[in-house]
Design a protein around this ligand. Structure first.
Ligand code: UDP
Ligand code: MG
Length: 328
């Protein structure tokens, strides 16, 4: 029987876990053609999530967990789950039940028909705030304009990866993780399933505006070099404008025997060029910061505790989660 791993990142989700577990068990009971393992990743929670996971794992042999040494973020938690899942297929699913477990059946059907990556896309979500919808739409427009890959608008980190695609994704060594983009980058046979997201079952969103912005910039800077070329284009534009303006000034001087008034135009040019230079410096800085992050080679996450029995024996608490090397 094929083994399916369900990877669930959880950051302060103690309120959601019982609901999630019940819905997943119902799924397991319907899908009798598969064996399931449930890999929870506690992403540095401080609300009793870890205690709840310990209890679940003690009760149900299908449940495994790993607990990260602090909050490393959603994308790092997904990577940790991916590194520790042993299934023939791996499903990423949020803990808050916004990704209905029932849709997993559809993902499994697609997998059986030969798709190696089954992505999902949110059908219109009336329970999603206007601001979230507007910023999300703007983000996908920008990234698809600039990036070398196509990122599915309204895509979610709710997908199935077969073993080969999962290993492909694990071989990507980048620290800056924008999994939605990386999944497109790895290729393989992919398809998309639409789903109707539910409201969060308990608690509030764990994605602060800061985390969301960081994710957005990770996406753009990891998949696009276009901002780096901005300086070239703006420099060219400024040069052309300068030549035209010089011709105009000469024309005034030589033909009309007048001169352009000085102060205002001078100040405008100084401010404009100063602004352009600072912006391009900032863009360079963003890329350099990312080079710095990659060069330090810090692990994407650290594990402080794993469930007692079920995880592969070579995985020890405290091991660095370097995505390529199997943790040793
Ligand atoms: N999450 C996490 N670490 C974080 C933030 C979020 O593991 O730093 C988890 C969270 O517990 C949930 C999933 O990632 O299972 C998606 O987060 P959330 O539902 O808060 O985001 P939203 O759906 O509001 O975008
Ligand atoms: Mg959510």
């Amino acid at each position: 029987m094929k083994l399916v791993s369900i990877v669930v990142p959880a950051f302060n989700e103690v309120g959601s876990l019982p609901h999630l577990y019940a819905r997943l068990v119902a799924l397991f009971e319907r899908e009798t053609a598969y064996r399931f393992e449930l890999v929870f990743v506690d992403d540095g929670s401080h609300d009793g999530t870890l205690e709840a996971l310990r209890e679940l794992a003690a009760r149900d042999a299908r449940v495994q967990f790993l607990s990260l040494s602090r909050n490393f973020g959603h994308q790092a938690a997904l990577s940790a789950g991916l590194d520790h899942a042993t299934g023939d297929a791996i499903v990423f699913l949020d803990a808050d039940l916004q990704h209905p477990p029932e849709v997993v059946s559809e993902l499994l059907r697609r997998w059986e028909s030969g798709d190696q990556v089954v992505n999902t896309v949110r059908a219109d979500a009336p329970n999603l705030g206007f601001l979230k919808r507007a910023t999300s739409a703007g983000f996908y427009r920008v990234i698809n304009l600039l990036a070398d890959i196509r990122v599915q608008p309204n895509g979610a980190d709710f997908r199935l990866l077969d073993r080969r695609a999962a290993d492909g994704l694990r071989s990507v060594q980048e620290r800056a993780r924008f999994i939605r983009g990386l999944v497109h980058w790895i290729g393989y046979r992919q398809s998309v399933v639409a789903y109707q997201p539910d409201a969060r079952v308990a608690g509030a969103t764990k994605y602060s505006t800061r985390k969301m912005l960081r994710l957005a910039f990770d996406g753009i800077f990891s998949f696009s070099r276009a901002p780096l070329h901005l300086a070239t284009w703006m420099g060219l534009g400024a040069s052309v404008a300068a030549v035209l303006y010089a011709i105009y000034a000469l024309y005034l001087r030589l033909v009309l025997h007048t001169a352009i008034a000085g102060w205002t135009s001078l100040l405008l040019v100084v401010l404009l060029l100063g602004g352009v230079q600072l912006v391009t410096l900032g863009i360079l800085g963003s890329y350099i910061a990312r080079i710095y992050d990659e060069a330090r080679q810090r692990p994407v996450y650290l594990v402080k505790e794993t469930s007692p029995r079920s995880l592969p024996s070579e995985v020890q608490p405290g091991t660095a989660g370097s995505p390529l090397k199997p943790t040793a």
